[in-house]
Design a protein around this ligand. Structure first.
Ligand code: NIG
Ligand code: FE
Length: 402
């Protein structure tokens, strides 16, 4: 098997607190990494690096674990830039625009949906993202949800069935029938192609689902063998976070409006989460995934990251890349927003965008650069990872092809 050594890493972030500076980021200065068969075989100071068949020299740049974007909606067609422009004029986001994407998505060919998806995933990789979760949710019929998850499965293992995104137009006034469809025939058609199920739980919205409806869909999905994730507490306080924690969801996403009870529940679960969970599933607690691009693009209040961190919750950062609330594929932008707008430190933000994302997907093989992990190396064209937040909007990060 051929090996490659990556040298000239001025600053290496491993997310292994046992090495380097002993911080949660496990920073090693003047480091090297040896890769064999797509996995990391050795990490350490370059002066101690073993020989390898090939060498890639980075000339002093920074390397971080590939970003894990644990929340996106990329199987869609159509354009909603006018909705964004209207929002900037003061029209608040309500979820009503999802119907525009549903109409365009249903009308699109498989080939067009796949091409659009591939193009955003390539855009993500070019900005340092090496794992992406992709949700369905713009099909909202058995046929269109099933093809959405099938198409998503062509680009990632992290596919999420989101039939319970909103109640589609043809079911308005018949919500119960739609919840039965999602929990029954639609789930059956989608489960073979998905790892996760998700629900947009937002009782105050006439489009999304209340706590009882969300519970019905999530329990059916768990019975079908899917892991759980929940869109919750985005537009108002509601039952979503409690439900996610109670049902053992891997992640609860948005978390903008939280009660003290919500924060306590996330903090209790946070204590069970570790990338070292004996190589098994990474704990059973629920990660709080923050999506600051949504607040940026909907001009809404940001979640209180410091409150969650102070309580001991585990945070992930993700783009939520979608045509409605946030059409950016940039994890470096999420890091910059987390630092500038949510007062996370650059180290906390980078950890949440890498290790936090891995935990939100219950993965131990990504989100860190340790022996045995996937060789997902992201280069930051700068002397230190601090530049990810320090130089917002500058395309410094890219996934390294070895
Ligand atoms: O995560 N909130 C629900 N779903 C998406 C937005 C979908 C859309 O508006 O198209 C979100 O923000
Ligand atoms: Fe989302």
């Amino acid at each position: 098997m051929s090996t490659v050594v990556v040298t000239g890493i001025g600053e290496l972030v491993t997310n292994d607190p046992a090495v380097g500076d002993g911080s949660p980021l496990g920073v090693i200065i003047d480091a090297a990494v040896v890769v064999e068969n797509g996995r990391i075989a050795w990490v350490g100071p370059e002066v101690q690096a073993p020989a390898a068949d090939r060498r890639t020299e980075l000339g002093g740049l920074c390397v971080v674990p590939g970003f894990v974007d644990s929340h996106s909606h990329l199987v869609f067609a159509g354009d909603r830039s006018a909705e964004f422009a209207a929002r900037m004029e003061g029209i608040p986001y309500s979820g009503g625009g999802i119907a525009v994407s549903v109409k365009a998505t249903r009308a699109a060919s498989d080939a067009d949906l796949l091409a659009g998806l591939r193009s955003v995933v390539a855009e993500m990789r070019a900005q340092g993202t090496t794992t992406v979760e992709v949700k369905s949710g713009y099909g909202l019929s058995v046929e269109h949800e099933a093809r959405s998850v099938r198409i998503a499965a062509q680009v990632t293992d992290e596919v999420t069935f989101l039939g319970a995104h909103v109640v589609p137009a043809e079911y308005i006034g018949r919500r119960d029938a739609y919840v039965r469809l999602v929990s029954g025939r639609m789930l059956e058609a989608c489960a073979p192609h998905a790892r996760w199920a998700d629900v947009f739980c937002e009782p105050g919205s006439r489009y999304a689902f209340d706590g009882d409806e969300a519970r019905a869909v999530l329990t059916a999905a768990a019975t079908a063998g899917l892991g759980l994730r929940v869109h919750a507490n985005q537009l108002s306080a509601g039952p979503g976070v409690q439900l996610a924690v109670e049902l053992g969801a891997a992640s609860v996403d948005h978390c903008t409006y939280l009660s003290d009870r919500d924060v306590d529940a996330l903090a209790a679960g946070g204590k069970t989460l570790s990338l070292d969970a004996a190589g098994t599933a990474a704990g059973r607690g629920t990660v709080a995934t923050l999506l600051p691009g949504v607040e940026f693009s909907t001009r809404s209040p940001y979640p209180n990251a410091r409150r969650l961190l102070a309580a001991g919750a585990v945070l992930a950062l993700a783009t939520d890349c979608n045509p409605g609330t946030c059409f950016t594929s940039s994890m470096p932008l999420m890091i910059a927003l987390a630092v500038r707008e949510m007062r996370m430190s650059p180290a906390e933000a980078l950890w949440a965008a890498t290790a936090g994302g891995a935990l939100a997907l219950r993965r131990t093989d990504i989100g860190r650069l340790t022996v045995g992990a996937r060789a997902d190396l992201t280069v930051v064209d700068a002397p230190t990872y601090l530049h990810l937040a320090y130089r917002p909007g500058v395309p410094l990060a890219y996934a390294l092809d070895l």
